[in-house]
Design a protein around this ligand. Structure first.
Ligand code: COA
Length: 399
């Protein structure tokens, strides 16, 4: 352990925090122009710094948001990001101290859950985060990509100008609303960042209008290949409020000229785009990656916020070393969940609970992996039915 102290940063220290984070990701410091823009991403009342003397050696921030849970309710949620420790001060407990403080404060301030996107899978499990949603990479060979005649049709797609990134697109996003467990509310700085071009490509946005108005949009960029190289259209964001909007936006993407491949990363595992193609092999799933790393900060409130399937109730013991107030027995049934003194039939860590919470992994699958301890085997099929959601969880918001 290194000697360090933690405190919230003030406005004048946020740029150093951003540069520390960028350096931790092996990126150069932020330019003046980008910093002016980036200040909109930081909420200066929520950025923590770890100091050794006067020197900033680690940082983490979060944005206030909401998370959709099974059944459609949304709960207060913190989106944690910009986590970094100076390369000469790693593995001395700086991140551990930052997260312990951050998670405790967020719970005290009323956040029911926190989520993040992880650079490495080995970092966050020890702090109670579990993978709660995943996404797949779909690559479509544009020249073979005609849709079959049963794919939903109708609606219009129009290109919108760059002002739309912070006006029209957020409005459509709010109008479409949570489509699945795992959806999170976006914050203003998120939209600002979406509009910033990626190196080597411009960003284009197109909005879909269905029978009841604007009901989806896509943001994409195209990287032209040189001789013998592919030109690739990369989907940066795609929100669709209906199957018709999804089909309409993809039909549009697949007709963009001078493109060989369309690549969409971290899309829902069951998004039916490949099923809309006449040639199924024109669409190839190349990878599945973890998306949401979920930390249940207030387990009683989180369990009470979601709905459950039809099955006999089960009593579950939840362990939480970092936030011990969560530790306890919970009776979970079709009518809800509440703390109980009854003996536990199943026991699991808050990390495993996160994996089951949005419906991504069944309790019996977690048990088979050694992540749920089973005192009463009859409880396991009941837990599977209770936690099943019938919807694949997905967030769709990368931060
Ligand atoms: C990831 C990072 C923030 C960890 O900070 P840190 O101060 O070294 O973390 P800690 O010292 O508190 O580590 C706590 C534990 O996690 C382990 N750990 C932390 N990061 C790890 C990593 N990247 N790989 C393997 N183990 C890791 C430590 O070994 C330690 O284990 P121990 O308790 O058994 O000794 C830091 O390495 C970093 O800045 N990395 C680059 C940027 C990055 O990936 N940020 C995360 C963005 S999501």
């Amino acid at each position: 352990m290194t000697a360090h102290r933690l405190r919230l940063l003030d406005q004048s220290e946020l740029r150093a925090a951003q540069d520390l984070f960028l350096a931790a990701l092996h990126r150069p410091p932020i330019s003046d122009a980008d910093w002016t823009a980036a200040t909109t991403y930081y909420d200066n009342s929520r950025t923590l710094g770890a100091f050794e003397g006067d020197r900033l050696i680690g940082t983490a921030t979060s944005w206030a948001s909401r998370l959709a849970v099974p059944g459609g309710a949304t709960v207060p949620h913190a989106a944690i990001s910009r986590v970094g420790v100076r390369a000469d001060r790693t593995r001395r407990g700086v991140l551990s101290a930052l997260l312990r403080s951050q998670l405790t404060q967020l719970r005290e301030q009323g956040s029911v859950a926190a989520t993040l996107r992880a650079t490495e899978a080995v970092i966050y499990g020890r702090f109670g985060f579990g993978v709660a949603s995943r996404g797949r990479t779909l690559v479509v060979d544009r020249r073979r990509s005609a849709m079959h005649g049963h794919a939903p049709a109708g609606g219009e797609v129009r290109l919108v100008d760059t002002d739309a990134f912070t006006s029209v697109l957020p409005t459509v996003f709010e109008a479409v609303g949570p489509q699945r467990p795992g959806w999170i509310q976006r914050w203003s700085g998120w939209w600002y960042r979406l509009g910033r071009p990626e190196p080597g490509e411009t960003k284009v946005a197109a909005v879909h209008t269905g029978p009841h108005g604007d009901d989806g949009f896509v943001v994409y960029g195209v990287r032209r290949g040189g001789h013998g190289e592919k030109s690739v259209l990369t989907v940066r964001d795609l929100v669709a409020g209906s199957p018709q909007a999804l089909a309409g936006l993809w039909r549009f993407l697949l007709r963009v000229d001078l493109v060989d491949e369309v690549v969409a990363e971290l899309r829902p595992l069951d998004e039916p785009v490949d099923l809309m193609l006449a040639d199924r092999r024109a669409g190839e799933v190349r990878a599945v990656h973890d998306e949401t790393w979920l930390r249940l900060l207030h387990v009683p409130d989180a369990l009470a916020a979601r709905t459950y399937g039809e099955a006999n109730p089960v009593v579950v013991e939840v362990a939480d070393a970092l936030l011990p107030a969560n530790h306890g027995h919970y009776r979970i049934g079709p009518d809800g969940a509440e703390p109980t003194d009854e003996p536990a039939q199943l026991a699991l860590d808050v990390t495993a609970l996160a994996a089951a919470y949005l419906g991504d992994v069944a309790p019996s699958t977690l048990a088979a992996a050694g992540l749920v301890q089973v005192a009463d085997p009859a409880a396991l099929p009941n837990a599977d039915r209770l936690f099943a959601t019938g919807q694949v969880p997905w967030s769709g918001t990368y931060f």
